[in-house]
Design a protein around this ligand. Structure first.
Ligand code: SF4
Length: 310
């Protein structure tokens, strides 16, 4: 890497890459002196009735997790996972946009019950790296609250230096890994055209080397991938995250997005038809945890809170 410089607490990226960024324009909030944005498709924040902040919700892993939604208006993602809690994704895309300004996010945060949260998680109505102001929002919220920031991503945009730089502003990043081969990947994650599993693995491995925070691989165990633990271990040994998080779709998912789907909505009052997926049983999860821990030497935590939980 040439002319490296530290650009945030947790990341090193080449100077050429930063100077080559195209998205320029200013939010005028003093959050980023050198970075400027030009909104590709900025909605008017004034017509936005829903808050960009939700929760806090109880997280099996982190305690009280406050959610940040940088998309808000519709479900937007580069994947359309079969188990997605947002339902069928309405806008399957890889185009990065400014959906809602950081100024609006900060107003919502200040009006929310953020105090007492254990962690602040960027997830919401889709893939957070599609939001052009992700890095700026992470830095602003971290500076204001002093609370650990966490971004959940599917890793599809990690080939973009500006996305890796934005993620490096966070304390923790979780990257999805549900499939060990392209066929299963297409079946489970149903990505936007042109996205391959191999590129995600390569770019997650590169991000691992750049990111100084806590990186985990999140694996959703389903019928489609339950016999693939050994193959997943090989990929995990390439990426070498700090931790593996094993999950299974315990909650039913709705047919389509409505604003409450980004948090823990009340099933009885859900306006959409719900579908349940088969989950792995605690004994099976324990066995999978054991195999992953044995083959990779990595700490494994599970939604069932198995013995390898770190
Ligand atoms: S990556 Fe996340 S938000 Fe996108 S479709 Fe999959 S589960 Fe839903």
């Amino acid at each position: 890497m040439k002319s490296c410089q530290r650009v945030s607490a947790g990341c090193i990226i080449s100077r050429e890459v930063l100077l080559g960024e195209k998205w320029k324009g200013s939010l005028g909030m003093g959050f980023s002196e050198n970075m400027e944005f030009e909104a590709v498709d900025a909605g008017e924040d004034g017509d936005l009735h829903e808050s960009t902040i939700y929760g806090p919700v109880d997280s099996w892993r982190f305690g009280k997790s406050l959610g940040v939604d940088l998309i808000v208006r519709t479900s937007t993602c580069s994947f359309n996972c079969v188990y997605c809690q947002l339902g069928h994704i309405q806008d399957i895309t890889t185009e990065r946009r400014l959906f809602v300004t950081t100024e609006r996010v900060m107003r919502d945060l200040k009006a929310s019950a953020w105090r007492g949260s254990d962690i602040i998680t960027f997830s919401g109505s889709g893939e957070p790296t599609l939001a052009l102001n992700l890095g700026e929002a992470v830095r602003a919220i971290k500076e204001y609250t002093g609370i650990t920031t966490h971004v959940l991503t599917n890793g599809t945009l990690l080939h973009l230096p500006e996305v890796r730089e934005a993620l490096c502003a966070a304390d923790r990043v979780s990257v999805k890994l549900d499939a060990p081969d392209e066929k299963t990947f297409q079946r489970v994650n149903r990505p936007a055209a042109g996205i391959t599993l191999e590129r995600i693995i390569e770019e997650t491995t590169r991000f691992r080397a750049e990111f100084k925070g806590h990186l985990d691989s999140q694996v959703m165990y389903l019928l489609a991938n339950r016999s693939m633990t050994e193959a997943l271990c090989e990929i995990l040994n390439r990426i070498r995250p700090d931790e593996v998080q094993l999950n299974t779709p315990k909650r039913a998912y709705p047919a389509e997005w409505f604003i409450e789907t980004r948090g823990r909505y009340d099933y009885d009052r859900a306006p959409a038809k719900l579908t349940k997926l088969r989950v792995i049983e605690p004994e099976e999860a324990e066995e999978v945890e054991r195999i992953i821990a044995e083959r990779t030497g990595l700490p494994v935590s599970s939604v069932y809170g198995g013995e390898n939980d770190s």
